[in-house]
Design a protein around this ligand. Sequence first.
Ligand SMILES: [Cu+2]
Length: 473
Amino acid sequence: MNSRRNFLGAGAALLTAATVSKAAMGTVPEAPLQTKPDTMPPLTPPDGRPYNPVLTLNGWTLPWRMNNGWKEFHLIAEPVRRQMAPGMTAHLWGYNGQSPGPTIECVEGDKVRIFVTNKLPEHTTIHWHGILLPNGMDGVGGLTQPHIPVGKTFVYEFEMKKSGTFMYHPHADEMVQMAMGMMGFFVVHPKNPALHRVDRDFVFLINAFDIEPGAATPKVNTMLDFNLWCWNSRVFPGISPFVVRKGDRVRIRFGNLTMTNHPIHMHGYDFEVTCTDGGWVPKSARWPEVSIDVAVGQMRAFEFVADVPGDWAIHCHKSHHVMNPMGHNVPTMIGVDHRGVAEKILKLIPDYMVMGERGMADMGEMEMALPDNTLPMMTGGGPFGPLEMGGMFTVVKVREGLARNDYNDPGWFKHPPGTVAYEWKGATPAAQGPPATPATPAVPATPAASAKPASAKPAAVELRARKPIQHKH
Ligand SMILES: [Cu+2]
């Protein structure tokens, strides 16, 4: 008690001494726990100012209690287990049973008091990224406050000066604590609910881990070579779809706490970036996009009107970020005819796999024995076959006639007859090659560069995968 009162007295510049001691002498609010990785329904505010709540992808919103005009939350920093997709569970650090921690939602003008209890094996703090607050509430261990020791609870108090899209994360042993999954979303709704109004408002954080196939704990010293590219500590096919009712105005907000940027690309629509962690973008300054790059430590929100039903892919456009760990060291064998060699190897190693392919698409459907607790590089099935995806990929499912708050997965889209790409069954014309004798050849013609008729069968090429495959990005 004594140490908490001292801390508040030193840090809370805005508060009077009387307020501080009352807060310190009160009881600590409950810290609700969530251990399921499912997407929980939005938390409709039971009290306080009204707002239209967000939906956290594969996550949940932290309930609060009102105490004399203060909205009180309780976060517990602790080790957690997180299923990243069926078949793989990671040992991470997070808040209230999950990585990322629960989303915090409040309203512009709210007075917010957040209790943070440290159940980690080392000290921590929480920085409230993008939120305008008194310096002593900024959560930078050593700079604006003493670190929260193991087993202790600290209190953060501030008034929400503006609405917007923010996040929280430790500012103590950051490299380790963020590599272990400590982070959460923080949404401040406008005081006027009609302002920036949308029908569906989704949030998630982009994070990355380096976990050896078969292991469960991330390698915390990895700088760039991560192998699990996640949205809210989930990878495809473990990421929930964005379920949207036709005609809804939709906002998707995300923040990037990885070590590289992510061009987030959505199919089927163009959209406008309407908010960053710096604030709302004025209408006159918005421009259309179909991909928006989110740099490290940035947040972006885009909006669109969902007027075209379908299953629209949404993913990071870096092709290595839509893959899972297993199989990255498969050598490139495209164009190599090693059928004779493969037969000889099979005599020595009976379960050596030979894949007759002209690319890696077979990886999407192959039945390769995996070590426990990892995921294949390309996986997942759709209504037309394997999706050959992993990592940062999911689907925006736009459907007619959903109920206002219905976020249940409606299944695959049923395409109206005559609206799906189809096979041409007629004659195929011979492909036109380059002129046989170009006027000024830039490079000498090689056999590889010469044109072949499209109808010619490609030479049979075999690709092999050895098992078990050691991870090497
Ligand atoms: Cu990416």
